[in-house]
Design a binder for this molecule. Sequence first.
Ligand code: DQA
Length: 143
Amino acid sequence: MKILVINGPNLNFLGIREPEIYGNKTYADLCEFIENACAELCVECEIYQSNHEGAIVDKIQEAYGVFDGIVINPAAYTHTSVAILDAVKAVGIPTVEVHISNVDEREAFRHHSYIAAAAKARFIGLGFEGYRKAVEFLKNELK
Ligand code: DQA
């Protein structure tokens, strides 16, 4: 089973950006966490990060026929991107949405998620642990 983990804009600045919200751990720490979680769950994974909406759309399209599941934290594009929602719908790959912070308890503009319409599950406000839960969910779902 192969899972693609996609992280959107500014997540590469974890550890630097707003540590009071996102914590002190770096993006490299997040990648290590995801790799370890996938190894424990015997799931093959590729991790991708981009600050560009079109690049994320391209990556989702390239996943067609290659990956069994997608874990995505679209970051700010969560709240703006119909294009990323449409890409996930287009490929039809089971997708789970993750957010490190609790977007529902932050500014009102973070309460709406476009990707939620296509997500099989959402893990919000659990820090890095949300990614493990998302991979676990997909593993059970794809059994
Ligand atoms: C985020 C929440 C988004 O609102 C924000 O734009 C991000 C990160 C999170 O993981 O908590 O960049 O997706």
